[in-house]
Design a protein around this ligand. Structure first.
Ligand code: NZQ
Ligand code: ZN
Length: 392
């Protein structure tokens, strides 16, 4: 087991009606003036924004609002938020939504707490020294941003999507009422489930050996997600299924399943370029590229895929030919994606990549040959080209 740090400071308030505690939770954190930040309509339409504002009023906390966060959140709106918060003297950011809204709030938090251009952090020019406190009221189980150390922002200048990670931005609290996710379109529910599965898979496919404890946690998490994703495809208002998926979403990306491991995250990096260029849903993009990534790398350690096949998918392992089991496991995972109506190629998202676009995706993903991606197998720009071609 490698050395590691595990820091999960977010207070989780889970269950029915918990959004009504927003006011007292902000007060507990010492917030006096709040930015209520939300997306493009769903949280207004459902009445959630009104309920949360009422809770703030009841707690005697002043607030301003800023809606309009788009999926794959944009830098320009975050900049607008920074200006607004400076003008209004905001000292607490309350995100009502999913990964996009929470990440936009985190970006605003960095911009408020540090001098200079906030994009510098995402373009890795310098490190943030602080972040204004953020709280989340989660409306979609997916990105795990409610407990993660990261935020992912798209800069419209050049359509570059980049993540920035630091413990400063971890949410002070996360309100998780599974009922708030009932209104999700099926496609978003399924896309969220893929993202959750992938946050664990991208840690599980690690070059680190002898990781029995975290493997066991990861395997239970993946079995849970696969099982309940299928339940939700049939019955979107199954409370227990929504609850299991929601909690798995937070645990999959708060670092728990990566303790002591070298992480992979290559599929995430490949996908971020796709969602930056074509604005696809992040989880759907992951489903579209994962099988190709897996077929490209499985010979590095076919036994790891065989372990996944046996312990997560319940397949028989061919011990004399683990590579055969590995290929079966990849196929079975893709069948799962298909069963919840997720794509297993980029074409299935309505995009027919040209060779020029493939080269452009790989150029961006490799930062013009400035970085490699992946831990299970380290991938350079040419590897990225090959995987995009396979996933086409
Ligand atoms: O904007 P509204 O109208 O709310 O619609 C949203 C949006 O269209 C809708 N939605 C959310 N809750 C709903 C709802 N519709 C009806 N009822 C509800 N209860 O769902 C759509 C997707 O929302 P979004 O926030 O974009 O989803 P998600 O949580 O999947 O976030 C995706 C973003 O997070 C990033 C992704 O790259 C992407 O930009 N990620 C962030 C991570 C992190 N910060 O740790 C890690 C992830 O790997 C990921 O990269
Ligand atoms: Zn993700």
């Amino acid at each position: 087991m490698n050395n590691f740090q595990y820091f999960a400071p977010t207070k989780v308030v889970f269950g029915k009606g918990t959004e009504n505690e927003a006011g007292s939770l902000v007060r507990e954190q010492g917030g006096t003036k709040v930015l209520v930040h939300f997306g493009s309509g769903s949280a207004v339409k459902s009445g959630l924004v009104d309920r949360v504002c009422r809770s703030l009023e009841e707690a005697g906390i002043a607030y301003v609002t800023l809606g309009g966060v788009k999926p794959n959140p944009r830098l320009s709106l975050a900049r607008e938020g920074i200006e607004l918060c400076r003008k209004e003297g905001v000292d607490f950011l309350l995100a009502i939504g999913g990964g996009s809204v929470i990440d936009s709030a985190k970006c605003i938090g960095y911009g408020l707490a540090n001098d200079g251009d906030v994009w510098d952090f995402y373009s890795k020019k310098r490190q943030a020294k602080a972040c204004i406190p953020v709280g989340a009221i989660l409306t979609i189980a997916a990105a795990g941003s409610e407990m993660s150390d990261s935020s992912v922002i798209t800069n419209e200048e050049g359509w570059i999507k980049r993540g920035y990670s630091s413990d400063y931005c971890r949410c002070k609290f996360a309100v998780m009422n599974p009922e708030l996710t009932y209104t999700l379109p099926d496609y978003q529910t399924a896309s969220g489930c893929v993202d959750i599965l992938m946050h664990t898979l991208e840690r599980y496919f690690s070059p680190t050996e002898d990781s029995m404890l975290v493997d066991g946690i990861a395997e239970a998490m993946m079995k849970t997600v696969i099982h309940y994703a299928k339940v939700l495809a049939e019955n979107p208002t199954d409370y227990n299924a929504r609850a299991q998926i929601m909690w798995a979403g937070s645990l999959s990306h708060n670092g728990l399943t990566g303790c002591g491991l070298v992480r992979d995250f290559a599929s995430h990096q490949l996908e971020h370029e796709l969602s930056a260029m074509f604005d696809v849903a992040h989880g759907a993009g992951l489903a579209a590229v994962w099988g190709s990534w897996a077929r490209y790398v499985y010979m590095e350690k076919p036994q790891r895929f065989a372990q996944y096949a046996a312990n997560v998918l319940g397949l028989q392992v061919d011990y004399s030919h683990p590579e055969r089991t590995a290929l079966e496991a990849i196929k079975e995972t893709e069948s799962f994606f298909q069963s919840i109506h997720m794509p297993t190629s980029i074409h299935e998202m309505g995009i027919d990549l040209t060779e020029e676009q493939i080269q452009e995706l790989a150029r961006k993903c490799s930062d013009n040959d400035g970085r490699t991606i992946g831990g299970f197998k380290v991938l350079n720009r040419e590897d990225m080209v090959q995987i995009y071609r396979m996933a086409k």
